[in-house]
Design a protein around this ligand. Structure first.
Ligand SMILES: [Cu+2]
Length: 126
């Protein structure tokens, strides 16, 4: 009887260890995916320029070479994003439309809205 109990205990201990291992294996990808999602969300937030009330926000954005910047129009009238040196130019962006551009060279990129030239902003690529 004593032998049976001790066998039962060691079996229970093995079960607890293997159950913890299974939980760790199952949760690994979930935690990894959550971390990856957080990193993507953070990157999106830092490279986003919103257009609200005829204003680019932030008006000046500094990014690393190779970064994709996304502009989103939240106004209910169309806007464009046009680089002064014609390096990039969006189509007319209606409400909630977006435009993305990946900066493949360093420098300062001044831009404006072709419909409302007083709307200006700049992206500095380092
Ligand atoms: Cu505009």
């Amino acid at each position: 009887m004593r032998i049976l109990i001790s066998q039962f205990r060691s079996a229970a201990a093995r079960f607890a260890v293997s159950r913890a291992l299974v939980v760790a294996i199952l949760l690994g990808p979930v935690v990894g995916a959550m971390l990856a999602f957080g990193a993507v969300a953070a990157r999106d937030a830092t490279n986003l320029v919103t257009i609200d009330n005829f204003t680019f926000t932030p008006p000046e954005l500094t990014v690393a070479l190779g970064t994709t910047v996304k502009w989103v129009n939240h106004d209910d009238i169309p806007h464009l994003v046009v680089n002064k040196d014609k390096v990039f130019q969006s189509k007319a962006l209606d409400t909630d439309d977006s435009f993305s551009y990946t900066f493949a060279s360093a420098g300062t990129f001044d831009y404006f809205c072709a419909l409302h030239p007083h709307m200006v902003g700049k992206v500095i690529v380092k």
